[in-house]
Ligand binder design. Structure first.
Ligand SMILES: Nc1ncnc2c1ncn2[C@@H]1O[C@H](COP(=O)(O)OP(=O)(O)OP(=O)(O)O)[C@@H](O)[C@H]1O
Length: 673
């Protein structure tokens, strides 16, 4: 018995909407015009250039990944059946669609494998455009990603995600024939290619059933694909969840499962079933999902949903921005296979399926946005995702850490762009911190507050290009001395997150390089703890004069030169004036070519530092003024370099050369003859 009337196509980079007709309608028009007068005869076409390259690669691929060829063809057949199911339900004239099924028929004697479906089929123009001449955006991306790996290591199993799965047929076949008839036509067509540079298309004589039949002429070393055992094994492994019967031809034996696990009670679904369903939805071969979520809600809106998180974030590896991977079904009938309205953009990495009894079948892409049922499903689903992540953080910290490492940046994106859910998201984001010795992103804002001493009114952070640079920042000295934790912003997005949040649990998020750094109460004591000697020295040896000379030398490249109360060892540091961008934020904006107003910053000088004390002594003799000024300039440059900013190289090198000459001269004065 067939349990449902619906369908679940796997999402790809370019999934087509099943509402309406296939992509070929639009894209093939130009070709149709060019060739209209020839459509009754056999015609030869050249494959589009990237497809040619792809075919070359696939036909020389290694054995281990060849199963995916059958998987991809089954997936295409299933998509075509999904579309036909939808057409039958919405188009009066197609009501009598007949059985929707896939038949896989091994013909061992002829060394052939046939995959047949009763789906929508293809018109001549669709055949020409879909299987050969249209440069699917995916093929270039796929090749690019493969070319970065050595050919024998290349992960061909990802092919389905790039919208070029059909061509994987040439991994096991040296000739492929496609016979097809569209539900919109009486006439059938045959496509044929040996996978080299060209393919032919010609009309089929006589009647042809609706749908498509793919005949693979198997390569000599792929004969095993024409055995029932091999077919059953592959179907069990990759295609159990294809929601249409897959029969082993020429008989009637159904060899797949077709169970709609999302309507089953959770405890009756095994891990293996979830895993296989994930593989079906994601096209991710043998991969296990990192976590999954299964929800069944009865009121106020009835819906079932299963969502999966993949173990890796392909965006991090230079893949293009992920497409949404959640399919929407109404009463088990697929409405849309990349439904953006179900989850916010920052959760685009989740795969899954949502099925509701409360949605009409004719809901279209345009009306989805204003649909109140969808809005309520979305709110409920989002809450479930947040709950699942909170639970994961609590119960499975290692899994949660993997999630943060892979997808944390997208959760941070959410904290920036989704003000309504910002509070929930702020509990899920993680930072590096001075509490750790390495750059692990595992400190939440709540962890930070739980450790903070009583009375601390702010959450302190510091950004920089990387952990090593941040650790060298002199602004940290007082925090180290006082044992106050500082969050390290090592991901470029972190600064934007802090800006968006502003506060957490009523505590102001404060960059420690801001000029109004307010430390907890003990700070005042620490100040008064400073050795009196330093104050005296400062007064005696002209600290005020040193500041004055620094001001003269640096000029308006800083807003102010003043005494520091935050440094313990370093001679000076740069801080931001009130309300300005942090240094890290300025760097990021500059990298993005945004116009950033040059911030005039404040140079703070530490009177207790040995170098400054020496300079104070030197002020007694005005002969040293020029040297003190040079030192001021160099200290300012040093502070910039520590923050990852390169000051004027020529000026810097000239000055260092001067210092070196002077130092060398002291060691070995030049005797001028
Ligand atoms: N059995 C079929 N019936 C009808 N159309 C098909 C069939 N197989 C392929 N097509 C058409 O050819 C197109 C290209 O197929 P191909 O497998 O290369 O990419 P895709 O199906 O778009 O992406 P993916 O492989 O990720 O599912 C499909 O989008 C579909 O329009």
């Amino acid at each position: 018995m067939v349990w449902y009337v619906g369908c679940i196509p796997g999402p790809g980079v370019n999934p087509s909407n099943v509402v309406g007709t296939s992509a070929g309608d639009v894209t093939s028009r130009g070709i149709a015009d060019m060739t209209a007068e020839h459509t009754q005869e056999r015609q030869e076409f050249a494959f589009q250039a990237e497809i040619k390259q792809l075919l070359h690669l696939l036909s020389h691929s290694l054995y281990q990944s060849r199963d995916i060829a059958l998987r991809e063809l089954i997936s295409n057949a299933s998509d075509a059946l999904d579309k036909m199911r939808f057409v039958a339900l919405t188009d009066e004239s197609q009501r009598e669609a007949g059985p929707l099924e896939i038949v896989i028929e091994p013909r061992a004697a002829e060394n052939q494998l046939v995959i047949r479906d009763s789906g929508v089929g293809m018109t001549r123009d669709e055949l020409v455009t879909n299987l050969g001449t249209i440069a699917h955006s995916g093929s270039g991306e796929f090749l690019k990603n493969l070319s970065s790996e050595s050919k024998d290591k290349a992960d061909l199993s990802l092919i389905g995600q790039f919208g070029v799965g059909f061509y994987s047929a040439f991994m096991i076949a040296d000739k492929v024939e496609v016979r097809t008839r569209s539900y919109r036509e009486e006439k059938g067509w045959e496509w044929e290619s040996e996978g080299t540079g060209r393919f032919t298309v010609e009309p089929v004589e006589g009647p042809l059933p609706r749908g498509a039949e793919i005949v693979l002429h198997l390569k000599d070393d792929a004969k095993d694909f024409a055995t029932p055992e091999r077919i059953k094994e592959i179907v069990k492994r990759y295609s159990s969840f294809v929601p249409h019967p897959i029969k082993l031809g020429p008989g009637d034996e159904v060899i797949n499962d077709q169970k709609p696990i999302w309507v089953e009670p959770k405890r009756q679904v095994t891990d293996e079933q979830y895993q296989r369903f994930y593989q079906h939805l994601s096209h991710h071969g043998d991969e296990k999902p990192l976590w999954h979520l299964h929800v069944s809600v009865d009121s106020p809106i009835q819906f079932h949903a299963v969502l999966f998180c993949p173990p890796t974030n392909l965006e991090r590896f230079g893949f293009p921005r992920l497409e949404h991977g959640v399919s929407l079904c109404a009463k088990r009938v697929l409405v849309q296979n990349d439904c953006r309205e179900l989850l916010p953009d920052y959760l685009r990495f989740l795969f899954g399926l949502v099925d509701s009894e409360d949605l009409p079948l004719n809901v279209s892409r345009e009306t989805l946005q204003d649909n109140s049922v969808i809005r309520r499903i979305r709110a409920s689903l989002l809450k479930s995702v947040f709950d699942r992540l909170d639970q994961l953080a609590k119960d499975q910290p290692e899994v949660f850490q993997t999630f943060v490492d892979q997808f944390g940046v997208l959760i941070k994106e959410g904290a920036i762009v989704d003000p309504i859910n910002r509070e929930r998201l702020s509990k899920l984001i993680r930072f590096a911190s001075s509490h750790n010795t390495d750059a692990t992103l595992n400190v939440s804002l709540d962890d930070y507050l739980a450790r903070a001493p009583e009375g601390q009114k702010r959450i302190y952070f510091l950004g920089g290009p990387d952990l090593a640079a941040i650790k060298k920042n002199p602004n940290l000295e007082i925090f180290r001395k006082r044992n106050l934790e500082v969050l390290y912003l090592i991901e470029p997005i972190d600064e934007f997150v802090m800006n968006a949040l502003g506060t957490h649990a009523g505590k102001l998020l404060t960059s420690i390089d801001s000029d109004d750094l307010e430390l907890p109460e003990a700070a005042a004591d620490a100040e008064s703890d400073k050795p009196k000697e330093a104050d005296e020295k400062k007064a005696e040896a002209g600290f005020a004069r040193v500041l004055e000379l620094f001001r003269q030398a640096i000029g308006d490249r800083v807003r102010e030169v003043r005494e520091s109360h935050r440094l313990t060892d370093s001679p000076c540091c740069l801080v931001n004036s009130d309300g300005g961008f942090t240094m890290q934020m300025q760097r990021i904006l500059k990298m993005a070519n945004k116009d950033v107003p040059e911030m005039s910053r404040i140079l703070e000088v530490n009177p207790a530092s040995p170098l400054i004390r020496r300079l104070c002594n030197l002020t007694a003799n005005t002969d040293h003024d020029a040297f003190i000024k040079q030192c001021g300039l160099q200290l300012w440059s040093n502070a910039l370099i520590l923050e990852g900013v390169t000051p004027d190289a020529e000026e810097l090198v000239g000055r260092i050369q001067g210092f070196m000459d002077e130092a060398a001269d002291k060691r070995s004065p030049l005797i001028l003859s």
